[in-house]
Design a protein. Sequence first.
Length: 285
Amino acid sequence: ELVVQFQVLNQSCQCLAWKPRPVGVWPCPVESQHVVAGYSDGTVRVFSVSRTEMELKMHPHAAALTAVTYSTDGEMILSGGKDGIVAVSSPRTGMTIHVLADHKGSPITVLQCTRKQYHDFGVEGGELWLATSSDRRVSVWASDWLQDKCELLDWLSFPAPAGPEGLDSLPPSLAAFSPWEHGVLVYVGFGVQKEALFYSLRKKQVLRKISLPAFATSLSLSPAAPFMAIGFGDRLLRLQPCPAGDPQDYAAHDDTVHLCRFAPSSRRLLTASHSAVLVWELTGA
């Protein structure tokens, strides 16, 4: 059933994210349930689910937003635009404290944050985050938001041949931190081969590759078990064990699987295509 609906007139919502629950608290208190959304006019809006109202509106971008997420503690909002600009803003004050132009010129496709030990990788800060842009570049950052520190840790650029004829748009560049391998990120995107790459931030190299039947259109890594969900343009959804194992393929969608998202428990998986949203129950997860 539809529980809450927020509507912003004359603007399209391009991306959204839930505020993370407080550490050690489950279930999430109703009063802390918030959603942040990015819009086509460059604005970021924060909505309170319990009070069913918009609490904050910020305008950190001059272009449409394409990605948004919270920091792991929920104290910062990271947003990325169609022009490649990444902004870091405080939902408490409404102020934008960092503007990063490293990906300028290419739309941001993914923003993701994860916790780290304070001196992991030889840099300070308790958080790692990554930004991915559609030109197959991934930047990885270490941050200490309280100390106003944001340091570039790694910069990845994946090669690709000239765009194939007849393809209206290239498959998206997607990256995610591995929940089950510390210091490893997974990348899929248009490239020389159809594959998923596992990159080590410690060794600064690709550890292994998993071949795929086509270029991926969506990606999600299970928070609790070592496998990932990958969507493809030919209606296919694949559950892939990691680091190796036989994949399971499903063809329940009638169009490109453009979104995969595991529930925090990993017991359910949500997938979406043009006209359908499916919820999968994962037995044995």
